[in-house]
Design a protein around this ligand. Structure first.
Ligand code: CP
Length: 315
């Protein structure tokens, strides 16, 4: 496919299953340019002047909401945030009516997080602004998947052929699902390990994914290790004995990290349960790119806004 034929203009960003490798490549290349803007003294360009963006969050967020907001502002857009608890949603307004209300104000894009899987896709069918999924239940978190790819490539200089170990609570993780789609499309070898009770059944049948009972097997020789947060808030209980047991059997600590390649990169989408799924020494160690992921999140979200609202450099 010729480079100039790839465009994301007007595309709803719902999940990485909808992306081609060429589209992912376009986002990663654009994000590189955007990262330069973040490092300037004056972080402001007029690329999205006159565009308006609403972030609509039905679930809590620190990184995703703030970085989408900053991304829009650095590009000169007007950005307004709506959190469910401080809106007419608490008076019982439905998702559809909330979306209609936002649309009526003439916005160009809606960044949306919702506990229901498929909520972002639903929004894309009922209103005209471009929808960017900032997390829908356990289904997808595409911008996190893209920022993980971007972070890995910045360190390793490539994606194809790298071995990644994804550890822990895959069952509740929209990040893991987006990672798996994105990493497979970009030619990475995906190994998954964690308690069987936290591994979705469909993964065991997915071609090209290696499932391990012991995390040591997944970590051995890995170039990248992504540790997932234990999502206690989505569990009704009983999926593993205690957090102490979890840390003992499945936690990433320095001893287990030593099984990976010497320069293996550590990712975690945050927020972390330090001492459970990851030890503080590993989380803050020299191989950790966890803070860098946060900064790269701004660059990748700037790239997404530019590409979906203007077509970016392809124009
Ligand atoms: N990674 C991530 O989605 O973090 P937040 O919940 O803080 O947005």
């Amino acid at each position: 496919m010729g480079k100039n034929t790839v465009s994301l203009r007007g595309k709803h960003i719902l999940g990485l299953e909808d992306f081609t490798p060429e589209e992912i490549r376009l986002v990663l290349e654009t994000a590189k340019e955007m990262k330069n803007i973040i490092h300037r003294d004056i972080k402001k360009v007029p690329a999205l002047r006159g565009k308006s963006i609403v972030t609509l969050f039905y679930e809590p967020s620190t990184r995703t909401r703030t970085s989408f907001e900053l991304a829009g502002k650095y590009l000169g857009a007007d950005v307004v945030n709506i959190t469910a608890g401080a809106s007419s949603i608490v008076k019982g307004e439905s998702l559809r009516d909330t979306l209609y209300t936002i649309e009526a104000m003439g916005v160009d894009a809606i960044v949306m997080r919702h506990k229901a899987e498929g909520a972002a896709e639903y929004a894309s069918h009922v209103v005209t602004p471009v929808i960017l999924n900032a997390g829908d239940g356990a289904h997808a978190h595409p911008s996190q998947g893209l920022l993980n790819l971007f972070t890995v490539e910045q360190h390793k200089g490539r994606l194809e052929g790298l071995k990644v170990a994804i550890l822990g609570d895959v069952l509740h993780s929209r990040v893991a699902r987006s990672d798996i789609h994105g990493m497979r499309k970009m030619g990475m070898e995906v190994h998954i390990a964690g308690p069987r009770t936290l591994l979705p059944r469909f993964l065991c049948e997915e071609p090209g994914i290696f499932i391990h009972d012991r995390i040591e097997e997944a970590i051995a020789g890995a170039d990248v290790i992504e540790v997932l947060r234990i999502q206690l808030e989505r569990m009704k209980g009983g999926l593993f004995p205690t957090t102490r047991e979890y840390a003992r059997i499945y936690g990433l600590n320095a001893k287990r990290l030593a099984l990976a390649k010497e320069d293996a990169l550590i990712l975690h989408p945050g927020p972390m349960n330090k001492g459970w799924e990851i030890s503080p020494a590993v989380a803050y160690g020299t191989q950790s790119a966890i803070q860098e992921e946060v900064q790269n999140g701004v660059a990748v979200r700037m790239a997404l806004f530019t590409l979906v609202l203007t077509g970016g450099k392809q124009e």
